[in-house]
Design a protein around this ligand. Sequence first.
Ligand code: FE2
Ligand code: FE2
Length: 172
Amino acid sequence: MQALTLELQDEHEFISKVNSYLKLYKDKIISERFNEIDSLKKLLTIIREFVSNCHHKKEELFIFPYILEKGGDEADLANEMITQHRDLEKMENQIEIYLEKNNFYDASKVLNDLVLLLDSHIEKENTVVFDYAEFIIDDEKKGELLDEMIKYEKDNNNYCNKNKYEKILEKI
Ligand SMILES: [Fe+2]
Ligand SMILES: [Fe+2]
């Protein structure tokens, strides 16, 4: 049986690592360590560009539609994942706005919500949603979707270049 979600799971490991860094900044910004704000902004860039504009888009284009097609509880779950993607985007955006206004208290509060949601979101995809996708999508379709995902990554190299974001993380 061909696996469709291996790369996405691999990306989850990287995203979890970014999230563990974000957890550290949650307390640092409340103590207004201004020199740390630039690093936090870099982490938020990874969330906006790699996570929202590449990883989540791939899930929404190449995984979730096939779960939604089946209907039932599983479709509800896929819809829940899509709603969480939008929530994460809103939170990331809100944190940036608060940081621009030097409102570190509210930035920290939203950051707390974001790190918790991102952890539970990844956990649910790894343990339930992806397993279901592997089960319902046949091998031929998986082959097509894997090709389409590779093409999507090439066309969106600006956001999908994981190496670039790994290097940014290394320097933080
Ligand atoms: Fe997701
Ligand atoms: Fe994901």
